[in-house]
Write a protein of this length. Structure first.
Length: 254
């Protein structure tokens, strides 16, 4: 475990699943964690409670990332939460984890679904970075949560895969632009992880076995599998790693 004492971390979509796992990991490493959520306040407060009961520090931040003013709303809520805890508006770590899935191939494509996925999965992370650069301290960390779907073809999730591909490209550009400030920017790409997002794929033992077989370890990933990779990337140990696509799929597609 790394030492993040004295640092402030933001994890979007942290009320459940991978985001919750990341929030819990970073809090154990000593960070004050802003637990972002879109609508499920109860789940976000449960994440905060779990962190606090383990001796960590966290607070909830609500913002609808699909809204046109998402970044403004987000940072207003963040500043208020930090001020309540006697902290200034600055932060050290941003994990762009929040995202929505949208199973469907070309024949099921709709303009409404396309716009929603790109608003939440691409536009929101980009503008959170843009509006947050004045608050992100030099030497900070940005981690974007992508997907194996940008490396292995999943035509049944066409639009979702496209949004994650955009996130990978954003990582490269930002890593080069923010390098002079000592800020690293990296992508972590999970494979199949046991979360609510893909619960519909795990309804039978046969379905679970099929998903497990994608990995060379013959199991479905856990949020902790991803959180531990993020924990490394935001630590001082990863100071020389930037612009990278880190495959955290358990060897999917090898």
């Amino acid at each position: 475990m790394s030492d993040l004492t004295g640092r402030t971390a933001i994890v979007t979509g942290a009320s459940r699943g991978i985001g919750r796992g990341i929030a819990e990991r970073l809090s154990r490493d000593g960070a004050l964690v802003a637990v972002h959520y879109g609508s499920d306040e109860a789940a976000a407060r449960e994440t905060v409670k779990t962190i606090e009961e383990a001796g960590g520090r966290a607070f909830p931040v609500r913002a609808d990332l699909e809204a046109p003013d998402a970044a403004d709303t987000f940072y207003a809520a963040l500043e208020a939460g930090l001020a309540e805890r006697g902290e200034g508006p600055g932060f050290d770590i941003l994990v762009n984890n929040a995202g929505v899935s949208g199973a469907g191939g070309l024949d099921q494509l709709t303009s409404e679904n396309f716009d929603r996925l790109f608003a939440i999965n691409v536009k929101a992370p980009l503008f959170l970075v843009k509006r947050g650069l004045g608050r992100l301290r030099d030497g900070g960390r940005i981690v974007n949560i992508s997907s194996a779907a940008t490396r292995v073809a999943f035509p049944e999730s066409l639009t979702y895969s496209m949004t994650k591909g955009a996130l990978d490209t954003m990582t490269l550009a930002l890593a080069k632009e923010l390098g002079p400030r000592g800020i690293t920017v990296n992508t972590v790409a999970p494979g199949f992880v046991a979360t609510d997002m893909n619960a519909r794929r795990r309804t039978t033992p046969e379905a679970r076995a099929t998903l497990a077989a994608y990995s060379v370890f013959n199991r479905i990933g856990t949020p902790a599998d991803i959180a531990d990779v993020v924990g490394f990337l935001v630590s001082d140990d990863a100071r020389w790693v930037t612009g990278q696509y880190v495959d955290a799929t358990g060897g999917t597609g090898l």
